[in-house]
Design a protein around this ligand. Sequence first.
Ligand SMILES: Cc1cc2nc3c(=O)[nH]c(=O)nc-3n(C[C@H](O)[C@H](O)[C@H](O)COP(=O)(O)O)c2cc1C
Length: 233
Amino acid sequence: MPHLLHIDASARPGIAGTDNHGSHSRHLTDQFVRQWQSGHPQATVTYRDIGQNPPSIINHDWIASAFTPEERQEPWMKEALAESDQLVDELIAADIVVIGTPLYNFGMPAALKAWIDQVVRAGRTVEFDDSNPIDPYVPKLIDRERHVVVLVARGGVNMSPGEEMAHMNHLEPHLTTALQFMGITRIHYIAIEGQEVGGELLAASIAEAVGKVEVLVDELQMAFRDAPIPEPA
Ligand SMILES: Cc1cc2nc3c(=O)[nH]c(=O)nc-3n(C[C@H](O)[C@H](O)[C@H](O)COP(=O)(O)O)c2cc1C
């Protein structure tokens, strides 16, 4: 049974369509998880609301600890990495990661960047091969097929990769690079655009995104049905 990690990064706690000034990205993650669970009543979900409880920003102690080989880490170093270890464990345990995120100031919210900084970990999610100085990065999350579904909300329009205003949007390229760096290559993006425009344009974008989420859940459920996750021996 595929395990879900559900992450919400919006600073707005409510859900658009339900709560006043609610979040559009939370609306889409809520739809995804509800639909997923209605098809898989026993599906397990880990939830992280990083919008309301952001991960810590990495500091000097964190860096010193993360780049010390595990066998030489002192107790304070293990303590400095405890939060990171927890977040990495959650990522490794997931078959599907559903991330709801706004576009803030041309990129990902600080809370999502803080999560990325905590989970990109030498020895846990990526290795370094010193014999290849040009490209020493060896992703570790290639042990099984993981999908990441990124459900985005933004105020402007025409900002998907390849569109006229894409140069104002570094969220998708940045997130894709970070996920691929760890070995996750099955990445799906769906966006609601025009939150700042409102009216019919926003309504049409919401309807389109809701339809795409519905189709994606069906496709992923079918994919996992056709290629079930091997049970541990
Ligand atoms: C601090 C801040 C910065 C924002 N920066 C951008 C931006 O660079 N580009 C954009 O299209 N929209 C921007 N927006 C609009 C948000 O992307 C939009 O309100 C979106 O719906 C927020 O996601 P949410 O509905 O899940 O909270 C910004 C909003 C805030 C609050």
